[in-house]
Write a protein that binds this ligand. Structure first.
Ligand code: SF4
Length: 357
């Protein structure tokens, strides 16, 4: 408790610099000690290659580490340099991304790679492209927000920028007992000013890695007995006040929209029909079976939840002698389905089709 009182003082603008430095350095040493002992070995934390770090950060947006790892390994092995990714077809990138969701990330990744390569001035003597090296240039890439730019700048170049992800919001909210919603404009501003105070400017790489990992592994949403064994509990206002488990606060979630899809699966035994989603809607440029959208009284055996939508799906098999001509569709052989980037829901439907087509 005593540390916490003084911590509050050091975070106030009126506190003495020497007290600030002393308690900051005590806080960092506890946090870093924990990190050295407990952190996971992750390939993108073992490199300073900005391209590889950028790939990992885009893949890990809204994706768990265990799932993202497989995609990261595939991407760096198939496209080891930014030039390789820029030279790929968008369809290939989407195909490799299949199953990860939020496909705009893959499209932006591809677009950004092409922008980096198109910038001919940024080349090493051997002709290789130089990845952007300042926060501002990284932030300007498609698909890169404030968090991702901070993460790449600090992990690749040790630049003094915070990387504030959901884990960091949670840790900061609890350490300082902030009950302002962190996902509002006002809340974001408040949290960013606090994290700027916390940031170890000389060791941003280590600081960001440690506080993110601490949030992911120790200061978790459900705390259990983690506070008792916490190395920084003496600095934690949420712990001292008994409010930690209630934090962080977020703004009320928008209402989820329900949609009902019927997939029409045409087959003559050897072929089927697919179509590419062209509307600026979910799964832009992914392929699926021809789909109609309306709610009926029938049963929809598939449920697929996206961030703001709940999809209910069913399918109807149409066995035909000759494939119909439906505008916007492609006739393909069944075994060619694997060559197209398909939504996860379509893949789930395909899994249940055996013996029915
Ligand atoms: S004491 Fe508990 S709430 Fe506070 S930082 Fe540690 S684990 Fe998180």
């Amino acid at each position: 408790m005593i540390f916490f009182v003084i911590l509050c003082r050091f975070l106030s603008f009126t506190s003495q610099n020497s007290a600030k430095l002393m308690f900051k350095s005590l806080f960092y040493s506890k946090l870093y000690e924990w990190y050295e002992t407990n952190h996971r070995v992750l390939p993108w934390r073992e490199t300073e290659d900005a391209y590889a770090i950028w790939l990992s950060e885009i893949i890990l947006q809204q994706t768990r580490v265990a799932q993202g790892m497989e995609y990261y390994m595939r991407f760096v092995s198939r496209w080891p340099k930014v030039e390789d990714l820029a030279a790929a077809e968008e369809a290939e990138v989407l195909r490799e991304w299949q199953g990860l969701g939020y496909y705009s990330r893959a499209r932006n990744l591809h677009k950004a790679a092409q922008m980096i390569v198109a910038n001919g001035e940024r080349r090493k003597a051997n002709g290789e492209c130089i990845f952007p090296q300042t926060f501002e240039e990284i932030r300007a890439l498609p698909g890169v927000g404030e968090y991702t730019a901070g993460a790449i700048s600090s992990f690749a170049y040790n630049l003094p920028y915070p990387a504030v992800d959901g884990n960091v919001y949670r840790v900061i909210a609890r350490l300082l007992d902030i009950d302002e919603a962190f996902d509002t404009t006002k809340g974001k501003k408040l949290f960013h000013s606090k994290i700027e105070e916390f940031l170890d400017r000389d060791n941003a790489r280590l600081f960001n890695s440690a506080i993110m990992e601490f949030g992911a592994l120790h200061c978790t949403p459900v705390l259990g007995d983690h506070c008792e064994s916490c190395p920084i509990k003496d600095f934690c206002a949420g712990y001292a006040h008994g409010t930690a488990e209630l934090l962080p606060v977020r703004k009320p979630r928008p209402k989820v929209r329900d949609r009902w899809f019927t997939y029409h699966i045409y087959t003559d035994g050897a072929h089927t029909l697919i179509q590419r989603r062209e509307a600026k809607d979910i799964w832009y440029h992914l392929y699926e079976f021809p789909c109609t959208e309306e709610q009926t009284d029938d049963t929809y055996p598939f449920t697929h939840v996206l961030s703001h939508q709940k999809l209910h799906a069913r399918y109807m098999v149409h066995k035909v002698q000759k494939m119909p001509e439906i505008p916007g569709t492609l006739v393909i052989r069944w075994e060619e389905l694997n060559d197209y980037a398909l939504s996860r829901l379509t893949l789930r439907v395909i899994d249940t089709l055996q013996h029915k087509v």
